[in-house]
Write a protein that binds this ligand. Structure first.
Ligand SMILES: [Zn+2]
Length: 311
């Protein structure tokens, strides 16, 4: 007799992409690279120790040994499993880019920068913004690296985060938050950005790639022939956000006033304080972007620092 529950439990956690790549689908897709000699490299580890456990279980099930982690960027939902995996699986080497490493090792820095540099309030000290810190053993500086005996191409994808990287191997591009699935864009309204110009340039860099598969951190595994449409949807969401920020400055206002107007204009529902902090930060990124283009200026007034739209 077939026990359906049991069958579901026995479903392999690892979804193969090509002969040497796989992923664990979820709210955060976790990439897996097979070294070919029984080893595996994880590209990001998800939100917390539960996703760390999931990686461990998926690899156990497939008879693979975790040798290394590549952390694409420091956001809590990408590095939260590092601590569990490094503590429980001896010999795992964590790799990250030079600019991301300090944030991965000191996760308090994310809520600090979302609090204008101040010691963060308790609402921002949650696992959504502050993962458990774990050491980064190796800094990735080059555009190709040897990790666990495998040669990997590193793709710079800054913009969403200061020094985000993607990884290309065996016809698969692990693109992290270099782009989002279309359904994610609809849900979030404003794709999170640290540097909007760099974010757009990273989309263009992805458009030049010729891998067969593209795995975003959030959204579905994307075949090459669907990539252009998805990248265009990302570009559109970014431009829409910029236009809304620009339109919000029909009257001068400080950053929080602009954020309030943009939220209303795009009819965004923002329920939690962490989500609000992230949204305001993305609005600030768009203000800096528009300033660099000469569209808006920041001036000191009796009311404090106020943004003004050009004529
Ligand atoms: Zn991210």
């Amino acid at each position: 007799m077939v026990d359906v529950t049991l069958d579901l439990e026995n479903m392999p956690l690892l979804h193969p992409i090509t002969s040497h790549t796989a992923y664990i689908p979820g709210a955060n897709n976790l990439g897996i690279i097979l070294t070919g000699d029984g080893g595996a490299i994880a590209v990001d580890t998800g939100l917390d120790k539960d996703t760390g456990r999931l990686v461990r279980r998926a690899l156990d099930e497939a008879g693979l040994q975790l040798r290394a982690i590549i952390s694409t960027h420091h956001h809590a939902d990408h590095i939260g499993g590092n601590d569990y995996l490094v503590r429980n699986l001896p010999g795992v080497v964590v790799h990250a880019s030079r600019l991301e490493a300090p944030f991965i090792e000191n996760p308090i820095l994310e809520p600090i920068y979302l609090t204008l540099g101040a010691s963060p309030p308790s609402a921002l000290r949650t696992k959504w913004l502050m993962a458990k810190g774990a050491p980064v053993h190796q800094i990735i500086d080059e555009d190709a690296v040897d990790i666990a005996g495998v040669r990997l191409e590193i793709i710079p994808l800054p913009g969403h985060s200061l020094g985000q990287i993607g990884v290309a191997f065996d016809g698969v591009c692990f693109a992290a938050d270099g782009f989002f699935g279309s359904e994610i864009l609809v849900k979030h309204g404003v794709p999170y950005a640290h540097d909007v110009a760099a974010q757009i340039a990273s989309l263009e860099r992805l458009a030049m790639r010729d891998e067969r598969w593209f795995l975003p951190g959030h959204g579905g595994l994307t075949p090459r022939n669907e990539l252009e449409d998805t990248l265009r949807a990302n570009q559109y969401a970014i431009e829409r956000a910029s236009r809304a920020v620009r339109a919000a400055l029909a009257e001068p206002g400080d950053t929080l006033a602009v954020a309030r107007r943009v939220q209303r204009m795009l009819a965004l529902t923002i329920t939690g304080l962490p989500q609000y902090a992230i949204f305001v930060s993305a609005v600030a990124a768009h203000l800096s972007y528009l300033e660099a283009q000469g569209d808006v200026t920041l001036v000191m007034t009796d009311e404090g620092a106020v943004w003004r739209g050009g004529s």
